[in-house]
Design a protein around this ligand. Sequence first.
Ligand SMILES: [Zn+2]
Length: 212
Amino acid sequence: MARRRSQASPALWLVNLVLAGLLLGVLNHYFGFGNYLAGALHFGSGKDYSEVACADGTTVSSSLRQRNSPDQHNPYFNPGNGYRILACDVPDGTGDQRNSPPVGSLISGDLLAMVRAAADDDIIITWGQGLRTYEEQQYFYDCFQSQDCNYGNSAAEPGKSAHELGTAIDVYNCDWGSRVRQWLDENAANFNFRPLNKNSGDEPWHWTSTRL
Ligand SMILES: [Zn+2]
């Protein structure tokens, strides 16, 4: 009995592994968490992306203009993830360089192209969050923990948010079923952006670049 079990176990484990792999694949297809796992592996690896120039039509930010982040310099070094990022001002759907917060240079060209393509379809894209400093992420994380500020919205631990990589934006007027959300669902992938959630759930406004 014991010998039979010891012979069968490796095969069973193999079957279980294959089934688990299939399940993960299916879950990833619907929820897209694979990119987050891959992204999480990058955190702390300390890459320097500040040599990447702000794309044509965008400009180097004079400051990060973020809450709870006094005297932050650009390029910005984030002590939480070890990345150095160049912040760029990107004209949003209003055409103004200064209305929406800066993003990392790595996505500045993609974002500008997406904003312009949306405008051609009469969709105005603006965003309330872009590149975040470590301190600002701490603020949002504390709000999430206490539920006392920022509407208690979920937020990653400092050092672990795509916003701190400058590769995520929180788009205004992007609730489920909105025109903006619908347009992004149909077009954002063409500009290397993917949603946090595909059909329902938290943060319909959160879009992340697939470049990092
Ligand atoms: Zn976000």
